[in-house]
Design a binder for this molecule. Structure first.
Ligand code: ZN
Length: 410
């Protein structure tokens, strides 16, 4: 079971180097299970359907008319390096690509890796096409220690603009002509192009108890949410929302602060005949599970966690609490999820950050603030968050699926 879950997760991540590909992977998984794409919300709503907008997707399985909502949220984006609009650089015999840093990248982790390029092109006729060049075509080379003698004392210092520029050959074509050749389109007007580590994810450890892969934050939660939606048999209205732009603050059309989830919910209420006056009551019977990976205790930095609230890998997902509302979980929500975990025979841990350690946030508080639906923050514990290659336990992904499946049914 664990092994097939891991294989399924790693296949998902390999197919999904960018948020646009996450959405496309979601689409093919759901279509294989009979879900139908909803092109326009103004039309009749499919009972099992999904709506795509750029790097975000909302999927649903409708339950009884007027039933409360069970929502699972996660994000499709991961910090990375993105090709600039005018990227061509030629210097000292090297061909390079100008890049822009997206989100909180652990820059050192991108050095000396074999990188591919994936994304989408928008063409003159308005059509959009995905592309995915997964062979090693670029690399951000680190400076040799002989030319950087102070590195042993002061550590690695990288200038974000000067030292992160990848090489992609010695006599490379222009990026525009490469893109034209790769996509076989000669009418490209604009593009989104992201660099990614071409090494596929794998099991790790002498006991094979760990997973090493890019983009575990937060494609692990995206994958688990969709698996749960497929598995669950629920009388509730189940919704999975996978937002883009969480890593840069969630404020965009396709981010959690945008309108996407709300318009889908409003449309579901409408077709199920839920009167405006009843919607607040229904919201209070509804739950949102906001899933985003958590920080496991790092063996070399144990002091970064509170000793009684540090999640371990393979100990199950962590329930995240924060009195200052960086996480949305209330005592009522914690109680709800703990009883669900018990029913699903899934271990559940509790994470609270140290008072002297800044706490990240998630889409949970944003979603509950916008919708008046109580959110519960959880996440699989991992190390190396925002590295080009992250790490988590091999057991935890299947625990998350079991927990989410039961969440949708309760
Ligand atoms: Zn995240």
């Amino acid at each position: 079971m664990a092994e097939s879950s891991v294989a399924s997760l790693l296949k998902w991540i390999e197919e999904s180097p960018t948020p646009f590909h996450v959405v496309n992977t979601t689409k093919s998984r759901l279509e294989a299970q009979g879900f139908k794409e909803q092109e326009f919300l103004g039309e009749d709503i499919h009972r099992k359907g999904f709506l795509i907008q750029d790097g975000a997707v909302v999927a649903w399985s409708l339950g009884d008319a007027g039933a409360p909502l069970r929502i699972i949220g996660a994000h499709t984006d991961s910090p990375n390096l993105r090709v600039q609009p005018n990227p061509d650089i030629s210097v000292s015999g090297w061909s390079q690509l100008g890049i822009e840093i997206y989100g909180g990248v652990l820059l050192n982790s991108w050095l000396d890796r074999d990188l591919g390029i994936a994304g989408r092109v928008v063409c003159a006729d308005g059509s959009i096409e995905l592309f995915n060049e997964s062979s090693a075509i670029a690399r951000v080379p680190q400076l040799a220690i002989h030319l950087d003698r102070e590195i042993s004392e002061r550590g690695l210092l990288l200038d974000k603009h000067l030292h992160t520029v990848p090489v992609w050959g010695t006599n490379a074509p222009s990026f525009a002509s490469w893109l034209q050749h790769t996509t076989k389109r000669d009418d490209i007007i604009a593009y989104d192009a992201h660099l990614f580590d071409v090494a596929p994810g794998s099991l790790l450890g002498v006991d094979q108890s760990l997973i090493a892969s890019a983009r575990l934050d937060n494609q692990l939660s995206c994958w688990a949410g969709i698996e749960a939606l497929i598995n669950a048999d629920s009388e509730f209205n189940s919704i999975i929302v996978l937002n883009d732009h969480e890593e840069v603050g969630s404020e965009s059309v396709t981010g959690a602060a945008g309108p996407l989830l709300e318009v889908v919910i409003r449309r579901i209420f409408e077709i199920q005949g839920v009167a405006e006056k009843s919607r607040h009551d229904l919201a209070r019977e509804s739950w949102c599970l906001s899933a985003d990976n958590a920080h496991a205790v790092h063996p070399n930095y144990q002091e970064r966690h509170d000793p009684r609230h540090g999640p371990r890998v393979n100990g199950g997902p962590a329930l995240k609490l924060n009195g200052n509302q960086r996480y949305a979980t209330t005592a009522r929500g914690a109680a709800h999820l703990r009883s669900i975990a018990k029913e699903a025979s899934t271990p559940l841990q509790t994470f609270v950050s140290r008072n002297n350690m800044p706490c990240g946030s998630t889409i949970g508080p944003i979603t509950s603030t916008r919708l008046g639906i109580e959110a519960i923050d959880i996440g699989v514990p991992q190390l190396s968050m925002h590295s080009a290659r992250e790490m988590c336990g091999a057991q935890d992904p299947q625990y998350l699926v079991a927990l989410m499946t039961q969440f949708l049914q309760r």
